[in-house]
Design a protein around this ligand. Structure first.
Ligand code: GTP
Ligand code: MG
Length: 300
């Protein structure tokens, strides 16, 4: 007789230094863009849960901010703390590294992982950028000597190669239990939160290296009316000079940010969006733990 397997459900943390492709990996696994990504470190600032439900199995992936050594500001501390604590009480850990690169920050992450009890899977990402695959073998060998990893799996989060293999491997570590979330739920975050993130994503992508760090986005209004989501967002900057940079000549840059963010929101919410943006100044928020809390950092 056909015997049904008991259902499995559990948590998998995705950790690594900034910019290795953690959020890209989670989006690829979910087949949907949930997390914001950019070609800059410290794009992710909040822990975010991505829920993947399949028949008999629900995997709860936790995307985290990149762990790194530098930076004296309170925001750095809060981000590191948030990411480091994510590895507790999970059933498996995906440690994302970049193919052929091992830096001090990778070592810092590994040192933290060594203390954790969950099995650690290394996802060696961006293999699509490796010109000759033979170059990969010595790197994989080196990794295997660093720690007793559960498995080392070369992947391309962007292209999707080998990602299913990684999923199958981590799923085997999940305990037998009923799903925790309804199977049509994608995340634990509100639409309000996701809307703020999509605005910040466009700002991070369009502005110079230094500025995105001093930016934060707050949703002031989120109202569904006449089949349209009306969303008002405030972009907090730290100095008046930054305000001008964000707005751009004749308001062009802010307009472009708004258009792109609106399109991304319409895709994610599957609904028409009317988005309005304001830029305001809140001095020194990235240095002030209280201000960080009021903007939703480190409270997860
Ligand atoms: N070529 C290539 N690029 C990738 C791959 N995965 C991610 N990227 C790129 O790497 C950059 C960083 O990706 P993210 O997913 O934002 O990285 P992250 O680790 O979440 O970064 P933080 O949130 O800042 O810690 C983006 O420009 C991605 O498009 C990959 O498999 N191949
Ligand atoms: Mg990220």
């Amino acid at each position: 007789m056909f015997e049904e397997k008991p259902p499995r459900c559990g948590y998998v943390a995705i950790v690594g230094r900034p910019n290795v492709g953690k959020s890209t990996l989670l989006n690829q696994i979910l087949g949907q863009k949930l997390c914001i990504t950019a070609h800059k470190p410290q794009t992710t600032r909040h822990r975010i849960l991505g829920i993947k439900s399949e028949i008999g199995i629900q995997t709860l992936y936790v995307d985290t901010p990149g762990i790194h050594g530098g930076g004296k500001r309170a925001l750095n501390r809060v981000l590191n703390r948030s990411a480091s604590s994510a590895v507790h009480d999970v059933d498996a850990i995906i440690f994302v590294v970049q193919a052929l690169i091992w830096s001090d920050n990778d070592q810092l992450v590994l040192d933290k992982l060594k203390k954790s009890e969950a099995p650690v899977f290394v996802a060696v990402n961006k293999v699509d950028e490796v010109p000759e695959k033979e170059l990969l073998f010595p790197f994989l060998q080196q990794l295997s000597e660093m720690h007793d990893f559960a498995q080392i799996i070369p992947i391309s989060a962007k292209k999707g190669s080998n990602v299913e293999h990684l999923e199958t491997a981590v799923n085997q570590m999940l305990p037998e239990q009923m799903p925790i979330y309804p199977e049509d739920q994608l995340t634990d975050r509100s639409e309000r939160f996701l809307a703020a993130e999509l605005v910040r994503e466009q700002l991070t992508r369009m502005l110079d290296q230094e500025l995105p760090y001093g930016l934060s986005v707050e949703i002031e209004r989120f109202k569904y009316e006449n089949n349209v989501n009306h969303i008002h967002a405030i972009i907090w900057v730290e100095r008046s000079g930054q305000k001008g940079i964000v707005i751009g000549k004749g308001g062009r840059q802010l307009k472009e940010v708004g258009t792109r963010a609106r399109k991304a929101m319409e895709k994610l919410f599957d609904n028409k969006v009317n988005l309005k943006l304001w830029v305001k100044i809140k001095q020194g928020w990235a240095d002030d733990e209280r201000a960080l809390h009021s903007l939703g950092y480190g409270v997860e």
